[in-house]
Design a protein around this ligand. Structure first.
Ligand code: PRP
Length: 212
């Protein structure tokens, strides 16, 4: 049997998804003790690769993998149309507009907004009919309003700790985010049975983890 290829987003998603994969009966011993390895096939049914979120979609769109496990933030930002098959209860967070205490969202002056997600930011401000300048940042976005680089940020909040510890305030709540299992459409045709089995066991493990 040809193994089903899965691209899993490294970092937080990986940490939260590994217990679900394990509870689904997948051998994740390699992933749990990975050191610097990037490719895992302890379980002969699967080949799992660890990549950065946006690269999950590159591998998926190219057909190199059949399955991607990735945040809806990345799917939304890239407007990706691959087939979402399962919503996982992990990786739940929300986009917000945040800034310092003295920020005035109603100030008519053209605002500068820093973000890792320029498309989501652009769509949000278009939806409220406001024209803003967007600065793309790669990380530690919270620094932008604190240093004067931008008036405010559009970023993801999970626990709210980063905002709190940097004295930033939420001015608007945008869309929620969660982790999704996404399938390449051609892969779905070629590996239908294997994908069905994986989705069914992951769904069960995910539901059980929520009830715990
Ligand atoms: C994300 C996000 C916030 C933080 C929010 O950053 O951009 O900075 O997590 O989480 P919290 O509400 O639980 O504090 P990430 O940790 O991915 O790092 P980055 O800033 O380097 O992108």
């Amino acid at each position: 049997m040809t193994p089903l290829k899965i691209a899993l987003t490294k970092g937080r998603t990986e940490e939260q998804v590994i217990p679900l994969l394990e509870a689904s009966g997948i051998d994740v011993s390699g992933l749990k003790n990975k050191q610097r390895r990037l490719i895992f096939n302890e379980d002969p049914r699967y080949q799992i690769i660890l990549v950065k979120g946006p690269d999950v979609l590159t591998y998926l769109n190219n057909g190199t993998v059949q399955i991607g496990i990735v945040g809806s933030d990345i799917l939304d930002e890239q407007n990706n149309s691959q087939y979402p098959m399962l919503d996982l209860s992990v990786g739940k967070c929300r986009f917000v507009l945040a800034s310092t205490e003295d920020f005035n969202p109603r100030n008519p002056r053209r605002k500068i907004i820093a973000t890792k997600y320029p498309n989501i930011t652009k769509r949000y401000f278009q939806s409220i009919g406001e024209d803003v300048e967007i600065i793309k940042i790669e990380g530690s976005v919270e620094l932008a309003p604190l240093t004067g680089l931008a008036d405010a940020i559009v970023d993801i909040v999970e626990t709210g700790r980063t905002l709190r510890e940097n004295n930033l305030k939420v001015y608007a709540k945008l869309q929620p985010v969660n982790t999704k299992l996404v399938v390449n459409r051609l892969g779905l045709r070629q590996y239908r049975q294997q994908i069905k089995e994986l989705v069914a066991s992951l769904r069960k493990a995910d539901l059980a983890s929520v009830k715990e």
